[in-house]
Design a protein around this ligand. Structure first.
Ligand code: ZN
Length: 295
């Protein structure tokens, strides 16, 4: 996101243009620009076509990768207004980070429902706040749907957007944290290969819907792209039995999971939260995959 620094007049014509486009396209408060109507003049200025003609707007940079060498912006951007400030969400080309061998280690990350993400050091990011917002809106929806008035619909729409924004922001915070942590420890990030998630038998039907929800995919996508920008390798591993295998003795059994959230090895007694155990196994599998690659 690039922060724009338009003067008052420029801001007004940008907002007017935005409003006009939205009325036509019936979209959220965003305008997609392509090369014909938006061009970058160096890195400090952007020329934007508005209803009142073309204007040259100064850019206050925010994305640190943009100043990094080798990145190039594509002439494709969304104009976004947040709390009165105008931003450009730009598409950039990031050069592939140099591959100087294996990272020092792998941070295994288990994505889930109770905890949105748990890493192999045992740090968990709870999904409680997101679920609470979702639940509140669900209840509201039930109440208002009987009314079906115009104002009720408007309120629902507003709430839905706020809910999506909140979930998105949460995913941004979590992914940023995980990638930062991997970067600090010169580690790669290991994730389960998504296909296999469906084979997990420990999730209920209701949770299954959650696993296929956009929020879950969004978090993966955020981790993947933030890692790419930061030069942190991401490796997808075979997800089979990650939550049933004992990291201490290697014993793999369904009975190692007495409850959905806990792990207790029936062979050696090793115990821990199920998602932490899964994250450890995921991280380790990335190491053995590395051995496969080398062979
Ligand atoms: Zn064991």
């Amino acid at each position: 996101m690039l922060k724009l620094a338009p003067d008052a007049e420029q801001a007004q014509s940008l907002l007017a243009t935005m409003r006009a486009c939205n009325a036509a396209a019936n979209r959220a408060a965003e305008v997609a620009y392509d090369q014909r109507i938006l061009t970058f003049k160096g890195r400090d200025w952007v020329s934007i076509l508005t209803l009142t003609g073309r204007i040259l707007v100064p850019v206050a940079y925010q994305g640190r990768w943009l100043s990094a060498s080798g990145t190039t912006m594509r002439g494709q951007a969304d104009l976004v207004c947040r709390d009165g400030t105008l931003y450009l969400a730009v598409v950039i080309d990031v050069p592939e980070p140099p591959k100087d061998g294996e990272p020092d280690g792998w941070l295994g990350v288990d994505l889930g429902i109770v905890n949105l993400a748990t890493d192999s050091t045992g740090q968990a990011h709870s999904g409680k706040a997101v679920r609470a917002v979702r639940y509140r809106n669900l209840m509201l929806r039930r109440r208002l749907q009987q009314k079906a008035t115009k104002s009720a619909k408007r309120l629902l729409k507003k709430r839905r957007r706020a809910e999506a924004r909140f979930a998105r922001n949460t995913n941004h915070v979590i992914s940023k944290h995980l990638v930062g942590k991997a970067q600090d420890t010169r580690s790669g990030i290991a994730l389960e290969d998504l296909q296999g998630i469906r084979d997990r038998v420990t999730v209920t039907r209701a949770q299954r819907a959650d696993l296929h929800s956009w929020g879950f995919h969004q978090l993966r996508a955020f981790i993947t792209y933030k890692a790419a920008i930061a030069g942190v390798p991401v490796r997808l591993v075979d997800p089979r039995n990650t939550s049933r295998t004992c990291p201490a003795c290697g014993h793999c059994a369904k009975r190692n999971r007495p409850h959905r959230d806990s792990f207790l090895c029936v062979a050696c007694g090793f115990a821990g939260p199920a998602d932490h155990i899964a994250a450890i196994n995921i991280g380790r599998r990335a190491v053995s995959h590395a051995a496969d690659d080398a062979a």
